[in-house]
Design a protein around this ligand. Sequence first.
Ligand SMILES: [Zn+2]
Length: 175
Amino acid sequence: MTTCPTCDIITSKQGLLYEDAKIAAFLSPAPLSVGHILVAPKQHVPILEQVPDYIINELWVKANKLSIALFESIGAEGTNIVIANGPAAGQVLPHAMLNVVARKQNDGLQLQWQPKKLGDEEMAKMEELLKGACGAIGEFQSEPQKPIEIKAPVELPEKTESGESYLLKQLRRLP
Ligand SMILES: [Zn+2]
């Protein structure tokens, strides 16, 4: 047991629907609907901001595929893919994750939001502030490359009867 219930589920492997080297998925212990899946990085990362880009990529790709699985296996008619990022947004567990919530028509789940009316001045100010902060978001943090494996030197093939290496003979035949 750790202080992170998500890490405990991932390391116990109990009830995992999917896992690979980086990502694990399992049914939410506190589901919003029948078919509410949590998709999390295996590495303990408290908030989304700390999750490397290449893991974010994996999370979204897997969330989409899990969503497809909900459509195909339990007859979901829609899904909400939701992240509660930070306590102010409703994050309660200290481990970044995506929620894939299966939906059906008229299932009564209230996830709709009511748009606010903002004034032109306020919108313009927000746009200006955000534009400044968005300058560098085109960068992508790739997975660190593993050190190049140094292989043992290739053994030369047996010499031919003429005493010449088979490999050299092959090379000489090339145009
Ligand atoms: Zn954790």
